[in-house]
Every structure is written in C-alpha cells, then in structure tokens.
Design a protein around this ligand. Structure first.
Ligand code: F6R
Length: 615
C-alpha cells in the first residue's frame, strides 16, 4: 500500500524517482507526487490519479534538476485521492518534504497540538503532521536524522517515512515501523524504496531495515540507527532477480505475463527441495524435528488468494499427516481469542510478506508460544523475518495486483510443507513422499498444456462481458478453487461472482439460478473418490434443469460430464489433491479476459493495492 522511493547520487533524482514509482505503481495508484532538492531549495509536484497525470503535470511545469529526491504513489487511507492529499507533504515554509506509507494513529492529537502552535495544515491526511513536526525538530537540532528519530518516537501506528530537507542537501532520511522499506546501495548513490523493484535497474545490492530504525542515505554511504539513536546492525543481501523480471516482456499486462510464467514458477519452487538422501528440505527452519513431532494441530492464517491456498493446504495436511488443520482469515484471527499453545504450528501464507493482517496474526500466535512457519514470495520481508521457519516460493516478482503465479507456488509450498510434516512425523513413507514429488514435478508441464488451450476460454469470456453475475461451484479441493475463481472475477471484472461448495447450493444459493446464468463448475477427478464426482455431476444437472448455462472444468477423459456441459474446459488428469494447480489456471485466464472485454484496468483494478500494509 503506497509506494515510496528516495534517491541521492549523481543522476537526475526526478528521473530515478519517476522510474521507481512506475515500478511501484502496483502498490497504490490514486495519486502520485515527487520532491527534489535543487538550487538550495525544495521543489515538489503532485497530482491525483495515476502516475501518468503527474508525468503530464511535470511536462507542463518542469521541476529544477537536482540529485536528491523522494516520490510517492498513493493508496488513500486518510483523505480522498485529491491533489492536496497526495504526497509529498511539506511544512509551511516549504523546506521539508515527507512521503509516508501506513497509518499514524495519533495524528488527530498531534494535529491539534500543531494547530495550537500556529501551524496551518491544509490536507486531510495523517501524514502532513509529520512534515510539520520534522520542520520543528530540524530547526531545534539542525540534524534531519535526529529530527526523524524524535518525531518517530512520538508516532503511534505503522509507518514508513522518507524525508528530505532543503537545508540538508545530499541527504535522504527514512524510518520504518511495521511497514516495508529497503535500501539499495550503488556506486556513489543510494536508494530507498518500498520494494527492491524500484531500484533493481541500478543496483542489486540491498540492505534490510529492521523495525524502529532510521536510515540516512548519502552518496558515499548509509547509516542506520534505532529510534533511540543507537547504531544498528546492518544486514545486506543480494537481490537474485534482475530488472527484466519486473518488466512486461511483450505482454499487454503484467497479469498475462505472470499467468504465462506459472510453469516456470511452479518448477522453480520445487527446485532443490530434495536432498541426495531423498529427504525434503525447507529454506530456513528454526523449528526442530522434535518440536514438529510434538505439534498437535496446524493453523493456517492468510488473506485473499493466499487464504484460498491455505484452504487447499488443509486437505493435504490432514490427509498426509492425520493432524487437524484449521484455516483462518488473518484479519479475524487474533480477535476471536484462538486456542493456541506451544504445540500449535501456525503457517502464515503471504506473497508480499508485508500484509498487516497476516503479520499481526503471526505475532499473536508467537505471543501464545506457537511456532510460526511462513510461506512467502518476498525475500527479506517482514513476515518471514518474524517467523521461526520459512519456505520461499520462487515465483519471482508479482506485479499485477491480482495474484496468479504466487497462488500456484503457494500451493506447491503448502504441499511441500504437508509432506515435510509427514516425513518428520513419520506419517508418510519416503517412497510415498517421492511419488508425490514426482507428481508435482510433472505439474509444470501440465500447466503449460493448459495455457496452450486457453483460446476457447478467452472467447467464452468475451461473450459474457455483459452479464451481471457468474457463480462458481466446486467440491473438496475444487471448492477453494471456486472461491478463487470468484475472487479473481470480482476484483478484475467488478462483477457479482460467488463461489460455493456445490453441496451447499441446495441449502439456499440455488435460488440464484435463473435462465442463462453462467455457472462455472470445477469437477473432481472421477479416478479419485468417485462418489465426489458423481455428486457433482448431479449438482450440474440440478442447476441446468433450472436454466443455468454450465461451464464445466473437467479432466481429460471424463466423459460423464459431457451431456451436461454447455461449455467444456478440459484440464490434464492429475492426482486428486493436486488438481487445483491446473484447475485454477482457466479461471485466471477467464477473469483476465472478461475484465479486458469490460474495458477494465487488468493490472490495477479499482480500489485495490498489491501489498496491504494496513489492518
Ligand atoms: C487477490 C490478491 C489478494 C492477496 C491478499 C494477500 O488476487 O492478490 O487477495 O492474495 O491481499 O496478499 P499477500 O499474499 O501479499 O499476503
């Protein structure tokens, strides 16, 4: 939520910051702004709407050239998406500029104090108070980093702040609490950003910032201190993907590119998981095998698409480990006083590793003495750093707001965790584990095959562009797939879409069925538990008898569904538990095409942001 960039060096700060913002626009796109230090002063521009509006404004009113600057692309929390609420925010003298991600919870009190001292605040944001407080502290101390530390100690909430001051040339100061901020270190230049994507074209050398730390960026180096002023340990790392991974690569949308990257993402996530002795290994496991043997239940916490991955994981974990597994929306978790102790293993699934709801859920779990294992796609992000164990998904950067390749790799990671638990606890034999790994290894090719046959799905989606509602049905692991299909359609096509367990339909939702209503049905393999398959075939007949237009996703060779399918989408035959890896793909393509047909912005759906860093 909100993208932040800071730069100091010898290039044009405006060029570097604008290019960085372009890469971070997925984090929020309802307004954008920049500020540069130049000619002993500070110049800023900001505009409501997408970055392109700011680009136009900068053509009409260019800023002076400077080599120190900050920029921001916003997802509004306090105050609507207007020019005035856009960041950066300046103090009354226009000497300090600050950009912010997060929420400052005590801003109303601070604002009232500032008003009493004669400050005039002009926006509706929580951020503007920081600009004024920084100006006050800077005039008292003459030190921007010290001013930032003093201000941060007074702030409540979650925030990343980045500031420049006209009287502190060649310096950018950042601070972070519960909100992402990474440092990039180049030759004679340094960068600050919410995500490495913003500076990966310049350097792959990065520094993780810890909680409650302030960083000073100068051309010749970076200094990190705690909010208390004590020097902090600096943890550097190398970013293992390059700038081209964050480009569209010839596709019209990032989402299309990311859908197409799924075979590789799935294969990469499996790479190196089996050691020469045939045993599974995870990335960073600070939970001993003995502790894992003592676990008596698994609790999965996640949001949105990652939550759907968790729902599917439950089937695998319970089946392969015979341990109970609960799956909970992270935003609900800590508020219901969940029953947790040292014998509960909590799995937090998150693409970004920064989702605040999931982070708060994992902190709650750790406070109760539970161990937390993170499944995450973003190296060095907060969720894996605060967890006891991590399994990274190797999806590469996911830029489109709607999650696709991250979901498939989360599924692979969940299957690996389930097998790992089975291995450690002895509920799965080595040869059984290896058989599943062999099945998983074939999935990459199967996903490729699905992708090759998507033209009829796209054509069908285009014919449905004028519909108001699409329903999705599934059973067993097909039920979370149905939920995911509906979520994709809601967020991209802005249509009423709902996923149901097919068996639940007769308990109410069947009343929604009317003439020509499109209903997508995910059919389980007839080779798995045939009773499941037979039941869903009956469900298809029930809705068809009531006028539904049935869009049936069924494995190759399943002839029983043919008479009842108005449209048939074939997927390769896979083992029952692994079917979501292939069944989800047509639903992603379907939603993407329907959104395009309705003229929607596929990569940046309205009201959303990629990384949700507020609760
Ligand atoms: C939907 C989508 C979201 C995310 C959710 C969690 O397409 O992308 O529902 O899955 O916001 O995000 P992460 O995985 O970053 O925690």
């Amino acid at each position: 939520m909100c993208g932040i960039v800071g730069y100091v060096g010898s290039q044009s700060a405006l060029d570097v910051v604008m290019a960085g913002l372009k890469r971070l626009e997925y984090r929020g796109y309802d307004s954008a702004g920049v500020a540069v230090l130049a000619d002993g002063g500070l110049a800023a521009a900001k505009k409501a709407g997408k970055l392109v509006n700011l680009e136009k404004a900068l053509v009409e009113g260019p800023l002076p050239t400077g080599s120190t600057g900050v920029g921001h692309t916003r997802w509004a929390t306090h105050g609507g998406p207007t020019d005035g609420n856009a960041h950066p925010h300046l103090d009354n003298a226009g000497r300090v500029a600050v950009v912010h991600n997060g929420i400052i919870e005590n801003f109303a009190v601070l604002r009232a104090e500032l008003a009493e001292r004669g400050h005039e605040l002009t926006s509706e944001t929580d951020t503007e108070v920081v600009a004024h407080l920084l100006a006050e502290e800077f005039s008292a101390t003459g030190d921007l980093a010290e001013a930032m530390r003093l201000v941060c100690r007074r702030l409540e909430g979650a925030f990343t702040l980045v500031a420049v001051h006209a009287d502190a040339p060649d310096l950018v100061v950042g601070a972070r609490r519960n909100s992402p901020l990474v440092v990039g270190v180049g030759e004679g230049e340094a960068f600050l950003a919410s995500d490495v994507a913003a500076f990966i074209a310049h350097t792959r050398s990065a520094i993780e910032l810890g909680q409650d730390q302030v960083v000073e960026l100068r051309r010749d180096g970076v200094t990190v201190t705690g909010f208390d002023g004590r020097p902090a340990e600096v943890r550097s790392y190398h970013v293992d993907w390059d700038a081209s991974a964050a480009e569209k690569g010839g596709y019209d949308y990032f989402m299309l590119k990311e859908i197409a990257e799924q075979p590789k993402a799935v294969a990469d996530t499996l790479l190196g998981r089996i050691d020469p002795s045939g045993s599974l290994t995870l990335d960073e496991v600070r939970i001993s095998p003995q502790e894992l043997r003592e676990v008596d239940k698994v609790v999965i916490v996640a949001c949105g698409t990652a939550f759907h991955a968790g729902l599917i994981a439950k089937y695998a974990i319970e089946h392969w480990t015979r341990m109970p597994c609960e799956v909970e929306l992270a935003s609900e978790f800590r508020y219901r006083d969940p029953i947790l102790d040292g014998r509960s293993l909590v799995i937090a699934i998150s693409q970004s590793g920064e989702t605040m709801d999931t982070l708060m859920a994992l902190r709650h779990a750790r406070e109760q003495g539970s161990k937390v294992l993170a499944i995450c796609n973003t190296n060095g992000s907060t969720i894996p750093r605060e967890s006891d164990a991590v399994l990274y998904t190797h999806a590469g950067p996911e830029v489109a707001v709607a999650s696709t390749k991250a979901f498939l790799t989360q599924l692979v990671a969940c299957y690996l965790v389930a097998l790992y638990l089975g291995q450690v606890r002895g509920t799965k034999w080595g040869d059984e584990i290896q058989a599943v790994i062999r099945d998983l290894s074939r999935i990459s090719e199967e996903v490729d095959r699905v992708l090759e046959t998507m033209e009829p799905v796209r054509a069908l989606a285009r014919t449905l562009a004028a519909k108001d509602t699409v329903l999705f049905l599934g059973r067993h692991v097909g039920y979370p797939v149905a939920l995911e299909g509906a979520l994709k359609l809601k967020e991209l096509a802005y249509m009423h879409a709902e996923g149901f367990a097919a068996g639940e339909l007769k308990h109410g939702p069947i009343a929604l069925i009317e003439e020509d209503l499109p209903v997508v049905v995910v059919v389980p393999s007839p080779r798995g538990r045939s009773v499941l398959h037979d039941k869903i075939v009956s469900n298809i007949q029930e809705i068809r008898a009531r006028g539904a237009r049935t869009i049936v996703i069924a494995e190759e060779g399943d002839e029983a569904v043919v008479p009842y399918a108005d449209h048939l989408i074939r997927i390769p035959a896979t083992p029952t538990l692994l079917q979501p890896l292939v069944a989800t793909v047509p639903l992603q393509v379907f939603a993407c095409e329907l959104a395009t047909a309705r003229g929607n912005e596929v990569d940046q759906p309205r009201n959303l942001a990629k990384s949700v860093t507020v609760e």
